[in-house]
Design a protein around this ligand. Structure first.
Ligand code: NAP
Length: 522
């Protein structure tokens, strides 16, 4: 049974007068529970509890923290059916997606637990050459983290998602601002985290979950002097507003905002000569997957004018029209899709390739593909904007030089993709591909950009405006690096050094010892 209240650490609290309900977008009706917007006092209390929990939590051993993360996964699984049902009722996402995202979320928690047990993630570096000071460095957490739940991943990027899992792994308490569109899912997930915290002996305040439908709760969190970093996934508008707030504080803090991308795809001539129909099918599926509500949705496909590009474009249109539209996450997101698509269609000099023409229920996003000549795309920056939903532009370039110029003029992106069938062509297009690599966080060969693996080598990030900080990723194990800072111990007595830096290497981790990676003791 959910209560609609906030978790202020272990305590359920609903003091506020402002309330709201979530919506089932598939039926366009309100769900039952009334949620209590967190008050300023509740926000302050949650952050104070997190600050108090920090010194206790950060010194828990890696094994204890790993146990906490694994127990969260187990607690989620113990309530899996209720969680998935709530997820579907609040997001309109289908059963397959709820299963997949749920497994990804528990898998992610267990992967961070494994990382903690292995231990080398602290990046221990020891420099102690003869006749010089003995300097030993490692990464340490810097304090309570505020996490904003993302609308498009109610499990994997929200309450117990990648930001929370990585921050808890780093040794930082977390205060979540729950996404208002799936507050019920958020509360059920929070309940599992609180149960796990109690079972594994974690301090009260290591985790809090705050409900909010307005922007104040988020602003209070980012401005609170005891919050030391922020994780966010959502719109450019909100991400840049929160980044500014973080930078304007008396003590500025990092706001890691992942804000979206049009994910350019270069379809090289050889790929279209060999497999125009195959790629058209693949991309029709990728553009419409999850009703286009993925940050890595392919919003831009670029090719060089030719009969083969014409074939590909025609096939793409034919395939796109066949796909049954799906419901979007929320009436507001559907409204924004319609308005940003509407703005795009106000531009001049494009051709509509295909749009879904059948009747659909309310809140369903109908897909559309347009084609724009390269010269128009270069001149009109409005074509470069993200349309969050099942919408994509095919750009017909005059030649390689124009394709390269377009790529050089794109803003920062999460992903870039190259489709190709002949290796030698990759050398011919080296300048174009180099330019693409320069503006993206992940460069993909012969695939679709949707689908983001959670693994150690993943970069889900990229130059601004894809994110607010191109040095980091919000998916994968190195996401933990957003919540830590390096400390160097100089000539410190061995007995008082952290375990990771002691002479005997008691944790048996891999360390950089005078330039050599080793598990040796000193
Ligand atoms: P959003 O508008 O960015 O909101 C995300 C969260 O930030 C919400 O909890 C929201 O609070 C809060 N927020 C918004 N503006 C804020 C501000 N100025 N200060 C403090 N907090 C603020 O995203 P959304 O609600 O998920 O969806 C809206 C649009 O965002 C979508 O249509 C899409 O264009 C974009 N989006 C992009 C991605 C991506 O990865 N590219 C992912 C999700 C969404 P309230 O809702 O309580 O106001």
């Amino acid at each position: 049974m959910i209560t609609g209240k906030n978790y202020i650490g272990e305590t359920l609290s609903g003091e506020g007068e402002t309330t709201y309900k979530t919506i089932d977008p598939a039926t366009n009706t309100e769900n039952g529970t009334t949620f209590f917007e967190a008050t300023k006092e509740e926000v302050d209390l949650a952050v104070e509890k997190a600050a108090k929990a920090f010194p206790v939590y950060k010194v828990k051993s890696a094994i204890e923290k790993a146990d906490f993360l694994e127990t969260i996964a187990t607690e989620l699984e113990a309530n899996a059916e209720a969680l998935k049902e709530m997820y579907r009722n609040e997001s309109g996402l289908p059963e397959g997606r709820s299963n997949g995202e749920f497994a990804r979320t528990t898998g992610q928690l267990r992967a961070f637990a494994q990382m903690l047990k292995e231990g080398s993630w602290v990046e221990a570096i020891i420099s102690n050459p003869e006749g010089k000071p003995d300097i030993r460095r490692m990464q340490v957490p810097f304090g309570p983290v505020a996490v904003f739940g993302a609308s498009n991943f109610p499990f994997a990027f929200s309450t117990a998602g990648g930001d929370t899992a990585s921050a808890l792994a780093s040794g930082s308490p977390v205060v979540v601002k729950s996404h208002p569109m799936h507050a019920g899912t958020g509360e059920l997930v929070a309940e599992a985290i609180i149960k796990a915290a109690k079972k594994t002996g974690m301090p009260d305040g290591v985790f809090s979950n705050l409900n909010s439908k307005g922007i104040e709760v988020g602003e209070w969190l980012v401005k609170h002097p005891r919050i030391k970093a922020v994780g966010f996934t959502g719109s450019f508008k909100a991400g840049t507003a929160l980044s500014k707030l973080g930078a304007q504080r008396d003590e500025p803090i990092p706001v890691y905002a992942e804000m979206g991308s049009i994910n350019p795809v270069i379809a090289l001539p050889s790929a279209l000569n060999e497999k125009a129909q195959f790629w058209a099918e693949q991309y029709a599926g990728s553009i419409t997957a999850g009703s286009g509500q993925f940050c890595t949705n392919p919003g831009l496909i670029l090719g060089i004018k030719s009969p083969k590009l014409d074939d590909f474009t025609r096939f793409l249109g034919e395939n796109i029209k066949k796909i049954q539209p799906s419901v979007m996450l929320h009436p507001n997101i559907k409204k924004q899709y319609d308005s940003s698509k509407g703005e795009m269609l106000q531009q001049e000099n494009y051709t509509v390739i295909a749009e879904f023409e059948g009747n659909v229920a309310e809140n369903f996003g109908t897909q559309q593909i347009i084609k724009v000549p390269g010269v128009q795309f270069l001149q009109n920056k409005n074509f470069h904007k993200e349309v969050f939903g099942p919408f994509s532009i095919v750009v017909e370039c005059e030649d390689k030089a124009q394709l390269t110029e377009i790529i050089q003029n794109l803003e920062g992106q999460l992903t870039g993709t190259v489709l190709n069938a002949e290796e030698k062509e990759l050398y011919e297009y080296k300048e174009t591909i180099d330019a693409l690599t320069e503006s993206v966080g992940r460069i993909i060969y012969n695939s679709v950009p949707t689908g983001v693996e959670v693994c150690a080598a993943m970069t889900h990030g990229g130059p601004f405006p894809a994110t607010s900080n191109p040095k980091f990723t919000s998916v994968g194990l190195t996401a933990v690096q957003r919540w830590v800072r390096p400390v160097s111990y100089q000539d410190w007595p061995n007995a008082l050094l952290p375990e990771a830096l002691k002479n005997g290497n008691p944790l048996q981790i891999t360390r950089d010892l005078n330039g050599k990676f080793t598990q040796d003791s000193i």
